[in-house]
Design a protein around this ligand. Structure first.
Ligand SMILES: C[S@@+](CC[C@H](N)C(=O)[O-])C[C@H]1O[C@@H](n2cnc3c(N)ncnc32)[C@H](O)[C@@H]1O
Length: 414
């Protein structure tokens, strides 16, 4: 899971000290100096910049001066000197996940939204996350717990810890997230009776389960999730969860399936009748052409036979007559009526046959084209691909239950 070789490109650093500049925490309308902006060229071409009036943003659509962006509303377009444009978007956790500098593998929205919903992340709750990694999930968690909840994030890689801390500060969410430089498998979380939820994205999550148990608020129900890319990790984690008394242990395999929205014509009774009538007419026409083709073939073969017979006549011995020819040959050269029509067409006049057949097919297809756009009503439908390739993860969830034997002060889920 961990990617150590990924070169850490430093994130653009915004100054979130001004109250209006806390992008992930508070929405604002107008772009100012120092703001973080997501530049959107297309769904696959997005990036982040921090507005600095002295700088220019260069990309495949041209050069865009930051100065021209100041005073514009988030969501507006800016145009480069060569006439191409990009949109300036307000940074949300969803967009940040798509543009952030990768220091590790990260969580994407399909997992993030499922985990957030299953862990019931709501304002005011407290949560543990380890490791912090590139901080992709941390931004979404912070928004879910704001304004008065808290995320305790743990990362044992020193550089990642430092970069994540700086990013949370520059994004104005450092009052919602505390990052600690700590090996949670060796040293635990160091928290007791504190949190409502725990999320583990570690190579050996089973080693952190015991410490996670102690970190849960002991008098209410809590939720834990472990993200693992492979099933062996899931098995060991499930064993550890069971040994530590967690309940409702369940694992989901997350697969991404795209739904493509498109419009398709919806037939009315009138258009259905019209279509049916067109089809019948086209079919009749097609049959008539086929009939014509058969006649033509038949005539041509008879002519050929006559010519052959005339050519063979002088060579015949006086004792031989045409009727003495071997029956099999005659049977092959005599045109059958309709049974062997396919063979007939193939052996016939090739210059004529495909032409007639093509005309007949074209006529049949016309039945669908005769309806005008005005006659058709459209409905929106979604189509899904038959195969679903995007395995993203195995998510193991478990419930922490308060120990009913030790306290009577048990609260329901918050
Ligand atoms: C896959 S990344 C997490 C990605 C993160 N969920 C995100 O969305 O950006 C896993 C991180 O866990 C950290 N890690 C691994 N073992 C750890 C441990 N025992 N204690 C703390 N952090 C650990 C790694 O350094 C790595 O940065």
């Amino acid at each position: 899971m961990e990617v150590d070789h990924v070169a850490a490109v430093p994130a653009p650093v915004a100054d979130a000290s001004h109250p209006s500049r806390a992008p992930f925490f508070r929405y604002k309308d107008v772009i100012e100096e120092g703001d973080l902006v997501i530049t959107y060229l297309s769904q696959d071409l997005m990036s982040s910049i921090v507005i600095d009036a002295t700088k220019t943003c260069n990309n495949k659509y041209g050069s865009f001066s930051h100065k021209d962006m100041i005073g514009k509303k988030y969501g507006s377009k800016v145009i480069s000197k060569n006439g191409k444009f990009m949109h300036l978007l307000f940074p949300t956790p969803e967009l940040w996940t798509l543009v952030l500098p990768h220091r590790t593998q990260i969580l994407y929205q399909p997992d993030i939204s499922f985990i957030s919903s299953y862990l019931d992340l709501t304002p005011g709750k407290k949560m543990i996350e380890s490791g912090t990694g590139s901080g992709s999930f941390s931004h979404s968690i912070a928004r879910s717990l704001a304004p008065n909840g808290h995320l305790y994030s743990f990362e044992y890689h020193e550089n990642r810890f430092k970069q994540a801390s700086a990013e949370f500060k520059s994004h104005g969410i450092d009052h919602l997230v505390t990052v600690q430089h700590r090996d949670v498998c060796a040293n635990g979380f160091g928290l007791n009776d504190e949190v409502n939820a725990v999320f583990l994205d570690l190579p050996s999550p089973w080693e952190a389960v015991g410490s996670a148990k102690a970190a849960f608020k002991q008098n209410i129900v809590g939720k834990l999730c472990s993200f693992s890319p492979c099933i062996e990790q899931v098995q060991r984690t499930c064993l550890a969860l069971s040994e530590h008394g967690f309940t409702d242990i369940i694992m989901f395999e997350v697969l991404v399936r795209n739904h493509n929205l498109r419009s398709e014509p919806l037939p009315t009774i009138q258009t259905a009748i019209q279509r049916h009538a067109n089809q019948i007419a086209a079919k009749d026409e097609h049959e008539a052409k086929k009939q014509e083709l058969r006649k033509l073939q038949h005539q041509q073969q008879q002519q050929q036979q006559q010519q052959q017979q005339q050519q063979q006549q002088p060579e015949l011995e006086p004792s031989q007559s045409p009727s003495g020819s071997p029956p099999s040959k005659r049977a092959r050269t005599t045109a059958p009526e309709s049974d062997d029509m396919k063979t007939e067409i193939a052996a016939g006049d090739e210059s004529q046959a495909p032409q007639v057949a093509a005309e007949a097919t074209a006529e049949t297809d016309l039945s669908l084209r005769k309806l005008t756009v005005e006659e058709l009503h459209f409905r929106h439908v979604t189509r899904t691909p038959e195969t679903c390739r995007g395995h993203t993860s195995y998510l193991t969830f478990a419930t922490f239950m308060p120990d009913l034997s030790e306290t009577n002060d048990v609260k329901p889920v918050e």
